[in-house]
Write a protein that binds this ligand. Structure first.
Ligand code: MD3
Ligand code: FE
Length: 222
């Protein structure tokens, strides 16, 4: 929803570009509708179980490749063994559009070919602790799209989980691209603000975050 005060676009760190309200309301509705379908299967949206037995408060479903802590596979062996749904070409194209928006037409946009999407759903109490995404064998940027409730996104440093970090509010429609040195930074979601979403997106509660990535693992289906 368009707020009273416009939030300017910001380069939070080298390669880390935040573009508020990049997704139109129509695109947000389309993403929500698509995520609803992907959440049903072939692999259902579920709370990921960590190797130590802990359960993530965030619920996740993947496209293209399935991520489980701490590897990618074609099939969701920790859920129901099913092969994950394909990553549709329109979504990969949306990822290239996002890079063009963040970095301009040169640079990584020409070769960007994301082959996995992780879709995270946060209810009002879900959190994501500080971590690095390092299962991908590619240094290509990560594209993050948010829909629904506003959250606090914590963007840290490449050394450790602690300070220095920068807290950024991510709201519905926001784009964030993490490339270059920022690709390997620690990050997390310490808080979601329940009830801040515009129900017109089709999501009446909670927050969706969709990240596009290159796994560097080879073409799915071969
Ligand atoms: C910076 N998701 O799925 S999106 C994740 O909002 C994840 O659900 C958060 O962290 C969420 O791994 C944050 C922003 C994000 C995603 C991946 C990154 C930032 C990143 C990878 C490298 C650096
Ligand atoms: Fe992450």
């Amino acid at each position: 929803m368009s707020g009273l005060f416009p939030r300017p676009r910001a380069v939070v760190a080298p390669g880390a570009v935040h573009v508020p309200e990049w997704l139109s309301p129509q695109r947000q509705r389309e993403l929500v509708a698509a995520c609803r379908e992907w959440a049903r299967g072939p692999v259902p949206l579920r709370h990921t179980v960590l190797p130590g037995g802990g359960v993530m408060s965030v619920q996740t479903v993947c496209l293209g490749w399935h991520w489980q802590p701490y590897r990618y596979s074609r099939t969701a062996d920790d859920v129901n063994g099913a092969r994950v749904a394909e990553l549709p070409e329109w979504l990969a194209e949306l990822g290239r559009e996002a890079l063009r928006e963040a970095y301009g037409g040169g640079g990584p946009v020409r070769t960007y070919a994301p082959d996995t999407a992780l879709i995270n759903f946060y209810d009002g109490t879900a959190r994501m602790g500080m971590h690095r995404d390092k299962e991908e064998r590619s240094a290509a940027p990560v594209v993050s799209l948010s829909v629904g409730d506003t959250c606090v996104f914590r963007f840290g440093n490449t050394e450790n989980r602690g300070r220095p970090y920068t807290d950024v509010e991510l709201a519905s429609g926001d784009l964030f691209v993490f490339g270059g040195p920022s690709r390997f930074a620690f990050h997390g979601v310490p808080k979601v603000y329940p009830g801040t979403a515009d129900p017109a997106t089709g999501l009446s509660r909670g927050r969706l975050n969709l990240t596009l990535r290159e796994t560097g693992l080879g073409a799915p289906g071969r």
